[in-house]
Design a protein around this ligand. Structure first.
Ligand code: AMP
Ligand code: MG
Length: 408
């Protein structure tokens, strides 16, 4: 048996940062590099395989930020100016005739020769149609300069950027109809436990419905992954060996349950036989036990089975790992500080990730924080982080990780 990473921490709890660093180092060492070209409209959640470089100045020409009049400051006197042309968005103007102004609309190219735009509210149209400018004018006012957003050759989005609505909009503004993205990351989702059955079947004695599978399959789809649904695995060593062997096409096997070092840790046994296993006892709650190993060269992450533990360990560890393997740099969950709307009197040697929400700017927590209660997370809109060994009075700062961010 080879231990992946540092041995000798028997009994000691591993700080979250250490576990994450170790997972990220492993992820960094086995990046998925194969890329494919996808239509912009099909790029949601995908990761850019190479830098998106601008082939345009954006905007391509100076344009008006207002409905109004374009003129040259040198022509601005107490006398009204004749309107020599009307410039609409989508149309090319003539150069501005000296001593005149141009009627112009938002987004229309500013005629050569004009160097400022006055908004129509400040312009006085005379009976003869000429326009008087009475307010102070400045060169460049109300003109969006060429290249204000980007210039040709600039890296607009670096490789490793995840593509959401905003990134897709930016690519569209540069005229990209297709994008080079990392091929879909393949995750095999495995639910272990003799007690599990799927929704739709009658519940027998001792059985529970498999909820982790649904959580992880939906979540992974949101993360742009290709999900290989590997079903339910009974608590049995030969079955575990065989199922793992069938999943060699995956980039990652993600299993839940059976990782608490016990008699039914068949995942651990199978990985140990296959040569590589690391069992971590994390200093977090929920979610203490976590398994990392390889089976025939395929990485395996074993998350704890309690639904809230699965959620927390996926958000804090598995998600960063699988994003980093696709080259994403910013993988740590966004955390910000908010005042606690509750008191915490019992310090723990594990960092707590309480399911909570923001009410009037303060973090409040669900009444039942049992790791078996998924409802806590449905009620919550974030994970409230209480550091190891700390107590809290109401109003003390606590970390808050929005679920909307980690889920997307
Ligand atoms: P384990 O880690 O296998 O000891 O499981 C811990 C707890 O989580 C047990 O109460 C299991 O019944 C429960 N559990 C494990 N897997 C799932 C699952 N896929 N869906 C819902 N609950 C589960
Ligand atoms: Mg189990």
């Amino acid at each position: 048996m080879t231990l992946v990473g540092k041995p000798g921490r028997t009994g000691a709890l591993m700080p979250l940062e250490e576990a994450r660093e170790r997972l990220l180092a492993l992820a960094h060492a086995s990046p998925v590099r194969e890329s494919e070209s996808v239509a912009l409209a099909a790029s949601e959640g995908r990761v850019l395989a190479r830098d998106l470089i601008s082939t345009l100045d954006l905007p391509p020409w100076p344009n008006s930020a207002m409905d109004g009049y374009a003129l040259n400051l040198a022509d601005w006197t107490d006398e009204p100016l004749a309107v020599s042309q009307r410039v609409f968005a989508g149309h090319a103007p003539e150069p501005l005739a000296p001593g005149t102004c141009a009627r112009i609309f938002t987004g229309a190219p500013v005629p050569v020769g004009a160097n400022c735009v006055e908004m129509q509210e400040n312009a006085q149209v005379m009976a003869d149609g000429r326009v008087l400018f009475t307010e102070a004018l400045k060169a460049g006012q109300n003109i969006r300069p060429q290249g204000q957003e980007t210039t040709v050759g600039e890296i607009v989005l670096p490789a490793g950027t995840r593509l959401g609505p905003i990134e897709q909009g930016l690519a569209a503004s540069l005229g990209c109809a297709t994008l080079d993205v990392i091929r879909r990351f393949k995750v095999a989702v495995l639910s272990t436990g003799d007690e599990l059955i799927e929704p739709g079947q009658p519940l027998g004695p001792g059985q529970i419905y498999n909820s982790n599978r649904r959580v992880l399959c939906s979540w992974l789809a949101r993360l742009g992954c290709e999900v290989i649904d590997a079903g339910i695995l009974p608590d049995d060593l030969p079955a575990t060996r065989q199922r793992l062997a069938e999943l060699g096409a995956a980039d990652l096997i993600l299993s839940t349950g059976g990782v608490s070092v016990g008699e039914s840790d068949f995942l651990g046994m199978a990985l140990r036989e296959a040569g590589e296993l690391d069992l971590w006892k994390l200093a977090i709650k929920p979610g203490k036990p976590l398994t990392f190993g390889h089976f025939n060269g395929t990485p395996v992450i074993g998350l704890p089975g309690n639904p809230a533990s699965t959620l927390v360990t996926f958000a804090l560890l598995a998600r960063p790992y699988l994003l980093r393997r696709q080259g994403v740099q910013a993988v740590d969950p966004l955390t910000f500080q908010v005042p606690a709307g509750f008191a915490w009197t019992k310090p723990s040697n594990r960092r707590e990730y309480l399911r909570g929400r923001l009410e009037n700017g303060r973090a409040v927590i669900y009444k039942n924080q049992s790791s078996g209660v998924l409802r806590s997370a449905a009620w919550a809109d974030g994970l409230v982080e209480v550091l190891e060994g700390s107590t809290l009075a109401e109003g003390d700062p606590v970390g808050f990780i929005p679920l909307s961010e980690v889920l997307g």
